[in-house]
Design a protein around this ligand. Structure first.
Ligand code: SAH
Length: 349
């Protein structure tokens, strides 16, 4: 297949806006409407030029030598009874990434990865175990959405950038991806239906507030004190809680919207009454929403998740103190590999 040839200097088309694609097609001596056709195919989830049946064979051949489509290809799908699907994708350089498709009462959502691997080093997370392989391009991020839409035959209206990787470490590609998602001629997804989650890279948060005030922000908090947070999340040594919370205040003030704070409950580590009292103090008076997630057990991890009963108790305590909280619904529990686990297990098998 043409797409499996060496990357060489073939131009990647999957990252382009429609305007960029038109310019490139004109430079190739092709008509502008050909760009529109290819663009439409990409947004229908096409994985190769061969599939673009309304292009003349000669043009497909020409594209195969001058261009490429860097998009993820599905290698494995795990399906759960509640409609959740977990995808393992292969990228053009054989790196693997994961995405999760989920059904909610408000529509379909997908959790996309922003990097292959991660270098943030959070102690409880599978994605970071083998470090960072590389950043994903915008087209590789969009391609996860497109491939899932195509495979399910359903429209996806909500995006969470909460898969493997730290999106603010890959800011430029993330920004291009968000613009591609939003473009009317591409996916037309409302900025308000997109959420980006960060482990707390403060400069990234400030930049994001300026560039994407309509996009939702989630912060992986997981601990209410610097001592514990630095132990669980090395990023906290660089950007401690006072700086992180100041950046969050900036977002809340500029946008008038709530931030979701993710809090993975670890038995005896961050779920004791005194931890929750500190969490309340940290978030008091802020436009916060807390998403409690009983930790997914990761192989060879020192941490275990709190019980759902304890999670519900903590949720009630937060609510009683005026902080909206939810316990994350367990979607696809039978395929409930924590993020990064599918990729890891594949590497080890
Ligand atoms: N780097 C970004 C986005 C990816 S992680 C971030 O840190 O926000 C997505 C979420 O899953 C984060 O909140 C992360 O801390 C959480 N997570 C990682 N490992 C987990 C586990 N084993 N159980 C529950 N949540 C986990």
């Amino acid at each position: 297949m043409a797409e499996e040839k060496a990357v060489g200097n073939r131009k990647n088309l999957s990252d382009m806006t429609l305007e960029e694609m038109r310019v490139w097609f004109l430079s190739l001596g092709e008509k502008r409407f050909r760009a529109d056709q290819v663009y439409r195919w990409i947004y229908q989830g096409a994985g190769s030029f061969d599939e673009m049946k309304n292009l003349p064979v000669n043009l497909r051949k020409k594209l195969a030598v001058t261009a490429r489509l860097a998009v993820p290809h599905i290698v494995q799908v795990q399906r759960a009874a509640d409609g959740t699907r977990k995808y393992l994708f292969r990228l053009e350089d054989d790196n693997c990434i994961e995405s999760v498709f989920m059904k909610y009462h408000y529509g379909n959502a997908i959790c996309v990865s922003s990097q292959a691997g991660c270098r943030m080093g959070c102690a409880f997370c599978a994605s970071t175990r083998e470090g960072l392989a590389r950043n994903l391009s915008a087209g590789e991020m969009a391609g996860q959405v497109l491939a899932a839409q195509r495979e399910t035959g359903e429209r996806i209206g909500h995006i969470v950038v909460m898969g493997s990787g730290e999106p603010f470490e890959n800011y430029d590609a993330l920004a291009r991806f968000l613009r591609l998602l939003h473009a009317k001629d591409a996916l037309g997804i409302s900025m308000r239906h997109i959420t980006v989650s960060t482990c707390g890279l403060v400069p990234g948060i400030h930049r994001f507030v300026r560039d994407f005030p309509q996009v939702n922000l989630a912060i992986s908090l997981h601990a209410p004190t610097d001592a514990l947070r630095s132990r669980l999340m090395p990023v906290n040594r660089k950007y401690p809680l006072t700086e992180l919370m100041a950046a969050c205040e900036d977002y809340m003030a500029q946008t008038g919207r709530r931030i979701t704070f993710e809090y993975a409950l670890m038995k005896g580590i961050n779920d004791r009454d005194e931890d929750i009292a500190r969490l309340l103090a940290l978030l008091a008076g802020k436009r916060a929403h807390v998403n409690l997630i009983p930790l997914n057990a990761v192989r060879e991890s020192a941490f275990s998740g709190s019980s759902r009963t304890r999670a519900r108790e903590i949720c009630q305590i937060l609510e009683d103190h005026g902080i909206p909280a939810t316990v994350r619904r367990r979607l696809g529990s039978e395929i409930d590999a924590a993020c990064g686990q599918l990729r890891l297990s594949r590497k080890r098998s």
